[in-house]
Design a protein around this ligand. Structure first.
Ligand SMILES: Cc1ncc(COP(=O)(O)O)c(C=O)c1O
Length: 422
């Protein structure tokens, strides 16, 4: 049997592989801190679960683009809680933002631009359609955010006619958030070169200093597709519901999306769409839930940042999402002598010898010899931590030891690795 070459050349996702390895080690009784897997640790809010239960007997196919009431609700949510004006008839509901991103990759033709420090799935999705892409350089000093200058230089020299820029903020893997000013200058470059932007805003409300995150669509509405969903903000990844929105300038695409949806997934599960209505009502209770989970992630990431920075491990400044990048570039020469000269080799070394699972930066657009890693700081019991936090406890070392022991041990193991190696 012949297999489509674009697909057969894809490798199993690094996240899943490391997850398997961690399971295997834990089965053998070994202590492992899983900084590799980025799933929300918090329980889904009860109001959403109840709505799912109430609609469990609903066996109807719903409209291909999603329940009309839900599309209105998402439009209101974006307007009230994200400052984005998007018409409800240009909002589409799909089985996760990943699928909607993939369908968009299939639909929109052009050369993709991926900033170094981007989510693992963008490049495989592009490869699977036989598309082309360039990775643009970013720097730790900028928290690995793409600068307008870098984009301008690239576009002024590019021989491709059409470009699609994929931006993600709050970011997986860096935890960085683009500011309004940064977006404004990126938007000017995108407008000049007529670049289409896929703005992945799946972590939007998980912002450590605000209740939402800026969107480039505010400055470049006409060229920006916005993506979001239930998985991160509402901790409901397994519900598989995401949304995307088109600008009115691209409303011709509407029928193209509907056709592809109808020939592929038909519609998102009915009970889940009704449960999502509850989420996007965004009651005061839910806002409190999101604020609490975000404050916890903020506290944990600050603890990790302070501990690791103190022993010269580089860290991005965590601003949102559940991730940060950490780096061992300061120890590069010594690590090279130990033959630990790529992030892939060093991640195996840390897992096998220190029980710490980190994903190598090479899966996120970094060069193999750049010693950066994605750290997901969600290896804790979210329900327990929420209860402890609600009692007014401050997130300090004692809190982490009492409530997030795996994270505490993982951080201590990384410090031990530096002390023993350097
Ligand atoms: C940056 C980013 N975008 C999109 C997704 C996909 O989310 P979902 O398909 O669950 O909506 C994820 C999930 O890990 C992510 O981290």
């Amino acid at each position: 049997m012949r297999i489509n070459k674009n697909i057969s050349e894809l490798k199993p996702s690094a996240t899943l592989l490391i997850n398997e390895k961690v399971k295997e080690l834990r089965k053998k009784g070994e202590q492992v801190t899983h900084f590799g897997f980025g799933q929300s640790p918090f329980p889904i809010h009860n109001s959403i679960v109840e709505e799912l239960k109430n609609n469990a007997s609903n066996n109807h196919y719903l409209p291909v683009n999603g329940l009309s009431k839900l599309r209105h609700q998402v439009s209101n949510f974006l307007s009230e809680h994200q400052g984005i004006q998007r018409a409800s008839d240009l909002i589409f509901i799909g089985p996760g933002s990943k699928e909607l991103l993939y369908q968009s990759v299939l639909i929109v033709e052009g050369h993709f631009i991926i900033p170094k420090g981007s989510w693992v799935s963008y490049i495989p999705q592009i490869k699977s359609k036989g598309g082309t892409y360039s990775i643009l350089e970013t720097a730790l000093e900028d928290n690995f955010k793409l600068t307008s200058n870098c984009l301008e230089v690239y576009l002024s020299e590019s021989s491709h006619k059409e470009h699609i820029l994929v931006l993600n903020s709050p970011n997986n893997p860096t935890g960085a958030i683009y500011s309004d000013a940064e977006y404004e200058s990126l938007a000017a470059v995108c407008r000049k070169y007529k670049v289409i932007v896929f703005s992945d805003e799946i972590y939007s409300q998980i912002n450590f200093s605000n209740t939402y995150s800026p969107s480039i669509s505010k400055f470049y509405p006409e060229g920006t597709l916005v993506f979001g969903g239930l998985s991160k903000v509402f901790s409901a990844g397994g519900y598989r519901l995401g949304f995307m929105s088109l600008p009115k300038e691209l409303d011709d695409l509407s029928v193209v999306y509907s056709s592809l949806f109808s020939e592929t997934f038909s519609c998102v599960s009915s009970p889940v769409q009704f449960a999502a209505l509850k989420a996007y009502e965004y009651s005061k209770e839910l806002q409190h839930y999101v604020a609490t989970s975000t404050a916890i992630l903020d506290g944990i990431s600050s603890y990790i940042y302070n501990e690791l920075s103190r022993c010269s491990i580089q860290c991005t400044v965590p601003q949102g999402s559940f991730y940060m990048m950490i780096g061992f570039e300061n120890f590069k020469i010594l690590l090279k002598l130990l033959k630990l000269d790529t992030s892939a080799k060093l991640s195996h070394h840390l897992l096998n010898n220190y029980g710490v699972a980190l994903l190598p930066g090479s899966d996120f657009g970094f060069k193999p010899n750049e010693l950066f890693f994605r750290m997901a700081f969600v290896d804790f019991n979210g329900e327990k931590v929420m209860k402890a936090f609600e009692k007014g406890k401050e997130i300090d070392e004692l809190f982490i030891k009492e409530n997030c022991i795996s994270i505490y041990k993982g951080v201590q193991q990384l410090i031990k690795f530096i002390k023993e190696t350097i």
